[in-house]
Write a protein that binds this ligand. Sequence first.
Ligand SMILES: *[C@@H]1O[C@H](CO)[C@@H](O)[C@H](O)[C@H]1NC(C)=O
Ligand SMILES: *[C@@H]1O[C@H](CO)[C@@H](O)[C@H](O)[C@H]1NC(C)=O
Ligand SMILES: *[C@@H]1O[C@H](CO)[C@@H](O)[C@H](O)[C@H]1NC(C)=O
Ligand SMILES: *[C@@H]1O[C@H](CO)[C@@H](O)[C@H](O)[C@H]1NC(C)=O
Length: 211
Amino acid sequence: MLRVFTSALLLGLLTQVVLCQDTNLREVKQAFDDANIPEDIDLPFDPMFLLEVSFPQTLGPAIVLKAGVQLPRNATVGPPLFAISGYGIRDGPFVIATVDPDAPTPQNPTNAQIRHFLGGNFEPSRRSPGRAVLTNTTAAISDWRQPTPPAGSDAHRYIFLVFNQPQGFNDQTLVNATTPVALFNISAFGEAVGLGSPIAGTFMLVAPDPA
Ligand SMILES: *[C@@H]1O[C@H](CO)[C@@H](O)[C@H](O)[C@H]1NC(C)=O
Ligand SMILES: *[C@@H]1O[C@H](CO)[C@@H](O)[C@H](O)[C@H]1NC(C)=O
Ligand SMILES: *[C@@H]1O[C@H](CO)[C@@H](O)[C@H](O)[C@H]1NC(C)=O
Ligand SMILES: *[C@@H]1O[C@H](CO)[C@@H](O)[C@H](O)[C@H]1NC(C)=O
């Protein structure tokens, strides 16, 4: 009995370590709903694909996000790498955006959203059955910014979203590299440029550095 329990526990632990990434669309959607994300960013979230966001580490393997995981800030230097998986991955290009709706604090997000990344022209590459790495073929509009939640704040949500890239996206003039990153609104931006609903996404939590 004890041995069965122990091996079940071990298997559980191993599974957690090996599968520390999103593997189930329903779970990702549930995690978004549980964290109130669709409401807070004014976007429906019914993903068609799983999004893999991985953060390279100086020591050891990259960390792949599982929706809702909390990472230490120093693991989020990035820039992150992206892949999508699922059935019927279509051709690109795709737009990827990352926003923080919790700045400066989740209780009083008066600067939100902070735009932590915005880039177009991601194309599926290194395709294998059911999975494709997403590789940018142009520079990002807004380069990756590492999370910097202010001291004293609760952890912030950092939300990664993939959209089908609309025609003419490369000609948009609403956001460029010098546009302030605060008071961004991914829903309003998406409406203006025709992003539609996200087709994949995930998110992480990052708290301020320990004092
Ligand atoms: C992050 O900081 C923790 C302690 O605060 C340390 O143990 C860990 O090695 C650091 N990780 C990286 C990637 O620097
Ligand atoms: C893709 O993005 C990376 C990181 O933002 C950047 O260094 C690189 O130049 C981009 N690739 C192209 C082809 O622009
Ligand atoms: C960048 O966008 C801002 C608006 O956010 C605009 O005022 C500025 O002219 C743009 N700069 C360039 C180089 O297009
Ligand atoms: C963001 O834009 C949407 C329109 O797409 C709007 O409904 C919402 O109120 C805006 N959010 C904020 C915080 O201004």
